[in-house]
Design a protein around this ligand. Sequence first.
Ligand code: SF4
Length: 375
Amino acid sequence: MFSEELEKISWEETSEAILSKTEADVQRALGKEHCDVDDFMALISPAAAPFLEPMARLSKKYTEERFGKTISLFIPLYLTNSCTNSCVYCGFHVSNPMKRTILTFEEMENEYKAIKKLGPFENLLLVTGENPAKAGVDYIAKALDIAKPYFSNLKIEVMPLKAEEYKALTEHGLNGVICFQETYHKANYNIYHPRGMKADFEWRVNGFDRMGQAGVHSIGMGVLIGLEKEWRTDLTMLAYHLRYLQKHYWRTKYSVNFPRMCPSENGGFQPNVVMTDKELAQLTFAMRIFDHDVDISFSTREPAYIRDNMAGLGVTTMSAGSKTDPGGYYSYPQQLEQFHVTDERAAADVEAALRKMGVEPVWKDWDASFDLIGK
Ligand code: SF4
């Protein structure tokens, strides 16, 4: 399990190693066809900041070689905002006296139909808060069953499950799981996640092993940038985790996402660090140079100008037309969002902008029948 590997890696020594990287380390990494985690550390270090242009060129080259000039589009659907956790940065936390929604099966189907009217989406991400008593595995299985006739690629972002539960959901059409570790800083993890099942660091970090053991086709990972001041160290831990998973579950496809927190104007949780646009670009290029095959996903948290400019330079997947409140497309369009959508363009406008940049939007990149090939 990855938690055992993580015990062997010192956060402090990793932070020091990143800050001690030199221009020569960066140039060495840029000259390599296959980078290791040490090279990734050089590429995200302050020493690599002056190398943004050559990094962008290399990242573009690897991205086009592996993915062509394409961006795969997906849309998230929040099924619930009912949550038993108390993440200090999230409006859905258990102590917030807000109205909670768990979509009925009829409401879900209305949402699926409404989404299909927004664009020819085939990639759907189903999102829930973490409340297994009220919206557990059976509820998610039924949501997948109802979604199957409408979408060919179904992913979930829900509470970490047991391996046998992930396996059972694959029988209902599940193709991928996204889970954010939020931070790999074990000592600080409980500051942000003080109560509820998410407070169990090991259960969450080892969830990715359980997905791999269950044979989930696609695993998505990420840390919440803004929690730990030393974001470079957190991303290095993610790079170690990615390499570990690729070694142990080599049939699985992986994706990464770099959600950045913004300062809140209404006095909510304030990020401990704000990542600049340039740093986000550097991180994205570094990840692509480190791993030519990993999907890099940008959500609508990011503004339109960043998403448009990064398309084709490393990013390969984007959400579009997103609502981050349950039933936001049809049933309850005016509830509290989980996070603010910055790129509010309609899916058709995102598509048009990508085409203008010479990038082909892909609505369908997976079909369950692919899974039968080779069986
Ligand atoms: S981040 Fe997720 S688990 Fe945490 S309170 Fe919000 S919905 Fe619940």
